[in-house]
Write a protein of this length. Sequence first.
Length: 533
Amino acid sequence: MKLFLTVFLLASGCCAALFAQNRAGTAEGRAALFEYILAKTLEREAFSPVKNNRLGLEVEKALRSHRDELIAADTDAKLYYALVKISNARKDRHLKVSLVKGGLEPAGGGEGEPSNYPLTDASHLHAPIRFAVDYGAPGRYFFFVSDAAKNLADFAGKNLPEVGDKLIAINDQPIAEYFKAIEPYHRYSTANNLWWQVASWMPQKSAEFPPAFYRANFAATLERRDGQRYSVTLPYLQPDVINWKGTNERRYSGFRLLFSTQTYDFYVHDAGKPVVLLAWHGFRENLVADVDRLLDYAQKNGLLDHALIWDGTRSRGGSKGAYALQRFSPKPFKVTFGNLRLSDVTKPFIEEKRQQFARRKLVDSGVAETIDDGSWLMAWLEDDVTQALAAGKDYSNNVPFKLAHLPKDSDGILPPAAVHFRGKLVCLLGPYGGSHLDQFAAMVIDNKLGHVIGMPAGGYSNTWEWEETLVFPMSKKPVAKFMWSIGHTLRPNGEILEGNPAEVDELVPVTRENYLVYYPTLLSRALRHLGLE
């Protein structure tokens, strides 16, 4: 009986091991999977030549550089992170790999992001310290301490980090080596956004990156301004238990908050100067209602002739930015345009939109794409795009972006709304966000609607992505979800936007010297431009 149990347990262990291995497939299956990804990328992807040139990127070569790693990836975790590197080789912030039911289980199961693997039951952990980037000298960027928990001394002891201390190493690995090693696991479209992302993620412990990047605690070597180096070892904590000092939170001296919405915080000047300020959160599902509320208040309270300072330095993306801009500026402007890369997924993409239209729910990332009911968009997809596909063209015609505000035969010019701000517009920008934020910035800058201060936005935008579940070509077993960018966003000046953010009028890079006064500096420059300082 004991012998039977021993054999049974050994056999069970072998079966479990085989099951785990089967999820990652065979070397032959992984080789075929790579060839499928490569072929479909070359067929479907809407490449951005300007981005590829700026980043020195040859997409096919970059993909092939990870082929051997993918073929050798004989566990779920190895295969998942190899796919992440292959996806990121295209340098596109929008594109990611995610888990699917029945596919890879690097954490032991669950559809969606692999947020539980391999560390804790929480989505992620955070050391009680934060970092920012000194963008002062191109080619010589570096990281420095930007914030910390109020009780940091409980963990750091006498070697208490201070804002501005330079980061030298993580886990005894020089920061240049760490940066080079972790870069392939980051999604980005511009170098500035990459640096921002790395700074944000370094003190976090997450399944975004392989476990080899982590120890039980976060160990950092830092350098004070006088050149003295020291080390700290900090615990990883649940993010919601950390009470941050908030050294660089957005504060607007001389302004008071009137009300907040999902879309923005609305401020007026304490001393009654003719200027209002919007701390913008993103272009989300409530944008139209929130902007209408703002204009209604401004009209009733005599604020429409005031100047408007729009702070998008911490904004996320979404849609309907042109709707807001029609109400923020007294000038007509040209919207962004867009197209579709035509391929084998064009017909299923149109069918997907047709089904959304039938449900009266044309959405992108949960946000309604259009102002009208979507008729303009569907007419273009079912006529122009379908005809171009049948004619064997590589791309569709260019039309106002997603036909959200104008029909396909429009010149793309939008007039100001009946009720709008009539004063000057100043925008504050930074490399944190992109997508529709980049489009909004491009419409302001390319149309010369206002004065823009700070740094260019993150530089990522397309029309749509296509996501499908990868399967091993021979066994047909599911692997993971993979995405392709299938259309260009075109700036009002005609340039492809992906990897090509509009340049600001007044460049003010973040540095460790100006970090603690960065937002007051941007605000001061805005008021000076308006003649109100």
